[in-house]
Each structure stands twice: as structure tokens, then as C-alpha cells.
Write a protein that binds this ligand. Sequence first.
Ligand SMILES: [Zn+2]
Length: 132
Amino acid sequence: MQSRESPSSKQDPQGLNKYVSQVLDYVVDRFAQGQKEVIPSLAAEKLKLSSVEILGLFMLLEDKGILQHFYRVYCRNKDAPLCDVADKEDIPEQIPCKFCGDEHGEIDVDVEVVFRINAEKLTDLLRKRAVA
Ligand SMILES: [Zn+2]
């Protein structure tokens, strides 16, 4: 017999809602400071969540249209942003780098997932939230 007392926190809507609103607050805060993007690793650090958890929560906000993910490609030598692509497959095979002078390819760049804030959706949501 399976124990009936096994409420996984993942299935607890209350718990999930708490995290969603925490993450949403974070996004609102960044947005209020003039940021147009949020980076999962920074959010994870700030909210003391794992990067996997943050990614899941950001995806939830993406489902609501508040965030939109893309990939930022960095020069590994200089840790400088080279370009943004919608899909990892869109990373150019050769990227001339103005930071270190080399030409980079898929194998010697760092790629980070970044979420763009949809200002319209977010303001919309905040308006509804203020009413509720
Ligand atoms: Zn470079």
C-alpha cells in the first residue's frame, strides 16, 4: 500500500504559487530598475533557488507571455557578448570577434539563456494585480 501522506511539494499549488509570485516580484523589480532582461543565474542567486527551479519558473512566466527566452553568445576569452539568437541552432558557425580579434565558432563560445521582459504584458498584469 502506498502511504497517503506523501504530499510532494511540487504538487502543492500553494507552494508553487509562492515561488511564482517571488519570481514575478523579482522580474517586476528588475523592470522597475530599467532592465529589459532577466538572467536565470542571477535570479537564482538572488532568490536562493537552483538554476533548474528558476528556469522552470521563468518558463511558466514565458507561458503567460511575460518573458521570452533567447540565447546570448559570449566570447570565451573576454567574456563579452557577441550576439543574441532565438535558437541555439542559429548560432553562426563563424563569428568575427571585435573583443579579442579571433573568429569564434560554436565550440569556443559561452552561451547563456536570457529572458526578455515583455513590458506590455507585465504592465498589464500589474494593473490587474493592483485591482485584485
Ligand atoms: Zn573573442
